[in-house]
Ligand binder design. Structure first.
Ligand code: CTP
Ligand code: CA
Length: 223
């Protein structure tokens, strides 16, 4: 009933979460992608929905199933994800960019299947738009923007750099040096930095538990 709903921590908040990989077409049958499973982003979207938020999940290609209580927009490429995120961002209170967006895409998408040649093949790649950075530029003071940083080395400095460069309220560091953390796994280990560069280190947990920690960290800064 409504009084229970109203007592939920994110009641009345509009939340956007991105999840999964993006696929960048090479030709009609091939793409450049990555190993993101979507598990972390889906878990975050589900957790926000459970806590009463009005959630839109922007999902790249993934076999994950989402909670019934959220809107799901399926996209393929980084450009699709940019279009979807940009179209709803102004109406969101909280955005968490969890997707593993491709940094590069083929400059030319062949209309026909590329035939095998005698020689090697070189593909020219061009940069995609950094969606998170573009949302950061357009962010209004009441909006909360959270990004991830997936790193293998010099993790903390890179994560803090992304927080500042992309105008984030929180950055969630995912170090691939932690065993049991990363794309395919059901567990994750994160470290969160806020704008004051205060650091919170979390234990290795299931992605569902990690999603709860992330929602709690966001609740702290909107209170
Ligand atoms: N991101 C994005 N759009 C892109 C690339 C990344 O929105 N084209 C977002 C990711 O969803 C993530 C954050 O930016 O929340 C950081 O992604 P990451 O790949 O760790 O960092 P990059 O800024 O892309 O830098 P690099 O890959 O060189 O470390
Ligand atoms: Ca990247």
């Amino acid at each position: 009933d409504n009084s229970i709903k109203k007592s939920m921590p994110f009641y009345g908040k509009t939340v956007m979460v991105s999840a999964g990989p993006t696929y960048e077409a090479i030709d009609p049958v091939r793409f450049i992608g990555n190993h993101s499973s979507g598990k972390m982003g889906f878990a975050i979207a589900d957790e926000f929905a459970k806590l009463g938020a009005d959630v839109t999940l922007i999902a790249g290609p993934s076999t994950q199933k989402a909670n019934q209580n959220l809107k799901r927009i399926d996209i393929i490429s980084a450009q699709d994800m940019l279009n979807a995120c940009s179209s709803i961002f102004d109406n969101t209170d909280i955005t968490v960019m969890c997707a593993a967006v491709a940094d590069y895409k083929p400059k030319v998408v062949s209309v026909q299947k590329i035939k095998k040649q005698e020689n090697n093949l070189t593909l020219e790649l061009e940069k995609t738009t950094d969606i998170l950075a573009s949302l950061g530029k357009n962010k209004k003071p009441h909006q909360i923007l959270v990004g991830f940083a997936l790193e293998t080395n010099d993790e903390e400095n890179y994560a803090k750099g992304k927080l500042e460069k992309k105008n984030l309220d929180l950055v969630i560091l995912n170090s691939l040096n932690d065993k049991g953390a990363g794309f395919k796994s059901d567990t994750n280990k994160i470290t969160i930095f806020n704008k004051a560069l205060e650091k919170t280190v979390f234990d290795m947990k299931s992605k569902t538990e990690v999603a709860k920690d992330i929602c709690e960290a966001i609740l702290k800064i909107i209170k």
